[in-house]
Design a protein around this ligand. Sequence first.
Ligand code: RIB
Ligand code: CA
Length: 324
Amino acid sequence: MALPLLVDCDTGIDDAIALAYLAAHPKARVSGIVSTGGNVEVGAVHRNNLVLAELLGIDAPVARGAERPLVQEPMYADDTHGPGGLGHAVLPAPSRTGGPRSGAQLWVDLARERPGELTGLVLGPHTNLALALEIEPELPRLLRRLHIMGGAIHHRGNTGATSEWNIAVDPEAAQRVLSVFSSAPQRPVMGALEATESVRFTQRELDRFAALAESTGHPVAQILVDALRFYFEFHEADGFGWSAHVHDPLVTAHAVTGDFAGTRPLAVDVELAGTLTRGQTVGDELGRWGREPNLEVLTDVRPGEFIEHLLTALEAGLAPASAG
Ligand code: RIB
Ligand code: CA
């Protein structure tokens, strides 16, 4: 029985790899995609999601999210993901629009349709999930579980000095999600930077993606090669060498398999007022707040095993283009 997932993402290069992995993995089924503004503006994210869903054969609704964060002024990461969100990749125009249903409404509708069965996977800012909670406060009990790529708990930020991108783009939304989901039957899983930055693509992985594109002729494989090349160029220019930190696929693979990392319970909240620390995810290791842990944070990542699993799944599951 495949695991139904709703993917809320700001596609983006690593979001695209996560979507390709879900399409390729036999135990995963994408039941819906929500386009959230983040890496690039929501219209570009939505176009990316519509095209990727079509090329990957994902037969699921793709809903456009809100135009902007709840409070924070919009910010984008064109330098990291390219002006269109997928680096150097050139995409065809989508053949569908996604329809009028909002991203927040898609969260609510899919969760209500199959109570207790849908896994929520947030790979971008929490704007649309927070808006969904305003429509349906019971969402934490309607979802099977929530998995989040976001935060930096005992780790430097990648956006502010102490903040991680998905949280920094919409801190109010993230704070609301963590607060409301603290009553969820199963604590949400958070893959923060200290976990996801242990996964680092080098030329070896870039070569395997190029070989995948060559052997299958699959358009998404070529899109990922062209996108990753931009990602490597950004990381090199940013002082990380010819490589790329790939965040979203690790959280995604853990959501599907429960493998490649451990978890530990922790009470985590989001700083909203700090002049230097707004958007920081703060972990209360000593129990100073007197709160029960509200998250399971990823620990003890096994990056080599994960990378091999990711590439093997893509090589096995991305059918050659001729397969249609
Ligand atoms: O900080 C990394 C996260 O921000 C990833 O999800 C990346 O796609 C961006 O959204
Ligand atoms: Ca993302």
